[in-house]
Design a protein around this ligand. Structure first.
Ligand code: THU
Length: 131
């Protein structure tokens, strides 16, 4: 199936915009993530923290869960934006969740001078798969 391309700069802009909605009163580290779905849709979400710290959810997993709930299963890229001039690469849990939907998904994560481009397969070599 052919996928409808989404411009990287549009994806990054969506991640930046949704970051404004982050609920991060405990860490003060707001994150936005935007997923490019193969039908051309962008699904964006932010981190949501909780007074019971361990219940907090990262932006990337929030975006994946929202995308799945919206009927999307194929992703071409994800953009991740944190505070200005910080490196915000996805945590291990988010890598495992992203890897569920394919190793070739491009990952664009913020670094101090712009964006690093990689793939989920490169970020999570030998991730868990059920036998
Ligand atoms: N966080 C994300 O949402 N995504 C990342 O890639 C790194 C960390 C969140 C979790 C927590 O709410 C805050 O950033 C500080 O760790």
């Amino acid at each position: 199936m052919t996928s409808i391309p989404i411009d990287d700069s549009a994806l990054i802009a969506a991640a930046r915009a949704v970051r404004e909605h982050a609920y991060a009163p405990y860490s003060a580290y707001a994150v936005g993530a935007a997923l490019a779905c193969d039908d051309g849709t962008i699904v964006a979400a932010c981190n949501v923290e909780n007074a019971s710290y361990g219940l907090s959810m990262c932006a990337e997993r929030s975006a994946i869960f929202a995308a799945i709930a919206g009927g999307h299963r194929r992703f071409t890229a994800i953009a991740i934006v944190g505070p200005d001039r910080e490196t915000t690469s996805p945590c291990g849990a988010c890598r495992q969740v992203l890897a569920e939907y394919g190793a070739t998904t491009r990952v664009l994560y913020a670094i101090p001078d712009g964006f690093e481009e990689t793939t989920i397969g490169a970020l999570l070599p030998e991730g868990f798969v059920l036998p």
